[in-house]
Design a binder for this molecule. Sequence first.
Ligand code: GRF
Length: 208
Amino acid sequence: MKNIVVLVSGGGTNLQALINAEKSGIIKNGKITCVISSNPDAYALTRAKENNIDTAVIRRKDYEKFDDYDNALTELINSKNADLVVLAGFMTILGHKVISAYENKIINIHPALIPSFCGEGFYGLNVHKAALSKGVKLSGATVHFVNEECDGGPIIMQKAVEVKNGDTPESLQKRIMEQAEWKILPMAVSLFCQDKIKVKNNITIIED
Ligand code: GRF
């Protein structure tokens, strides 16, 4: 059974999807053992506590130097014996130390079809504003491993979602969460926990 540590900053609807998936058996061979938040007021922490999941808070602003923050986050994750780290709306940039310590063991969910609308500055509603400004007819979500390039790690799973006439960034965000994010994140986590994701030359191969 793999230990899953989920990093959050906000509402935690993706965390909730993972909790639900664990309970219903969609996540095989994995258990959410800790939720770490960058924000002490994140509602995601309440969701964790309601489900008797261990929690911790680590704030970037409590460390003067980025390297010290990077070391502290790495040690915190190490102390939780994480086999998999899931970024579920975690708003703080990860450093070299934690990324290299958990190579191909950190998964992120991005609310667009990478390589569209990703990279620096593409977070939250900005992503959906950019998609609507371009006039794309399909957007969606991508689950990928995290490497040192922002949103540039190996892609694990993607799901397309239709853009509709009259969509606002908010309505598109909601549809992408409901139809894509909350589905593919638990699926990817389950595949990881069953050792079904292989990475070769920055490309993943998913075993049946
Ligand atoms: C999601 O849209 C996710 O794709 C992005 O941050 C948002 C987090 O939402 N990385 P929530 O906290 O899971 O509700």
